[in-house]
Design a protein around this ligand. Structure first.
Ligand code: 2P0
Length: 326
């Protein structure tokens, strides 16, 4: 009882995938069809406080001080039910979340959100705070959250069941000055969320090839990250992202996350490369483009992108840390 009343606050950062997660082998347990690799980012994070309270008749959830709409609450309530099941308790909780992820930058707040919630809820419920266990819990909130438990470069092993599907760090403290520049090409809410988008992509005749491509990218990407080889990292990440997006274009019915700004941004990155700048693009489940490069090349890249997109639409991020308790 006394343990359950303690408020626990956890902080987790969002991540960008260099080898993408796109497809589920098990929808309910969130077991992915392929392994993925990501970079955890600084600056963009979520803090979540969980406090169990025997007086509550339902979980009380606020985001940035406001009560979440019912839709948004449902996924978190479902997650909390899983925590209660794990901890063999029936008590509901106060959950306060603050998001420091600019939604406009097209970075997933579900990754940092469910990583922070997993960390805070597990500790508040008296469960283990072993990172591998927390990664498995976070995965069941949102797949990409499994990677946000760790800092730096992270590998999510697809596995084949709940116990074998978790992330682990490749290098938690990255000293390599790798950077990601987000180019915001739209501030509108995305039309097809990741969960629905990846399910739709699984109707593509090329989906099986996507899974093969992604799994085959893991070993060379890992080697390139350890070598701090921006050219190889960028080339693999770019090809991997376009292979993922090919499954949207070939889905039945087809759809795309690209808008005209996305194409313009990718073209600008290709043009910069022709001038000798090592920069590469990747895209997630939205129209914004993310550029991978080294810190020394950021000024030249920004100089090229600013007239096209405006400095307000360019966000630079570096490697960030894993879960911490505040
Ligand atoms: C990724 N994305 O690896 C990929 C690339 C988006 C594109 O992980 O259904 O929000 O909650 O498990 O984790 C976004 O997917 O999906 C994502 P669910 P999630 O970063």
């Amino acid at each position: 009882m006394s343990i359950l009343q303690t408020a626990v606050t956890a902080k987790a950062h969002t991540n960008i995938a260099l080898v993408k997660y796109w497809g589920k082998a098990d929808q309910s347990l969130i077991i992915p069809t392929n392994d993925s690799i990501s970079l955890t980012l600084d600056h963009f994070y979520t803090t979540t406080t969980v406090r169990f309270d025997a007086h509550l008749t339902a979980d009380e959830i606020t985001l940035d001080g406001l009560t979440l709409p019912t839709d948004g609450q449902q996924r978190m309530r479902h997650f909390m039910d899983m925590i209660r099941h794990e901890a063999k308790i029936t008590t509901f909780a106060h959950i306060e979340t603050a998001n420091h992820v600019p939604t406009a930058a097209g970075l997933a707040s579900s990754a940092s959100g469910f990583a922070a919630l997993a960390g805070a809820a597990a500790k508040a419920a008296g469960l283990s705070t072993d990172r591998q266990y927390l990664s498995r819990l976070a995965r069941r909130g949102s797949g990409s959250a499994s990677r946000s438990l760790f800092g730096g470069f992270v590998h999510w092993h697809a596995g084949h069941d709940d116990a074998s599907s978790f992330a682990e760090p490749l290098t938690e403290k990255v000293t390599w000055p790798i950077r990601m520049i987000a180019i915001v090409t739209s501030r509108a809410e995305k039309k097809i969320g990741s969960t629905n988008g990846m399910q739709a992509s699984q109707s593509s005749p090329y989906f099986a090839d996507w899974v093969k491509t992604a799994n085959a990218d893991i070993s060379p990407m890992t080697a390139a990250l350890f070598k701090e080889d921006i050219k190889s990292v960028g080339e693999i990440a770019e090809h991997n992202a376009m292979s993922m997006h090919a499954t949207t274009l070939s889905a039945e019915p087809p759809f795309t996350y690209f808008n005209s700004g996305s194409l313009q941004a990718m073209q600008a990155v290709q043009d910069l490369r022709l001038t000798g700048v090592n920069c590469y693009y990747t895209m997630d489940a939205g129209p914004n483009v993310k550029v991978l490069c080294e810190a020394a090349d950021v000024p030249a890249i920004l100089a090229r992108l600013q007239p096209l997109f405006g400095s307000y639409n360019l966000v630079v991020a570096k490697p960030g840390p894993g879960l911490t308790y505040l």
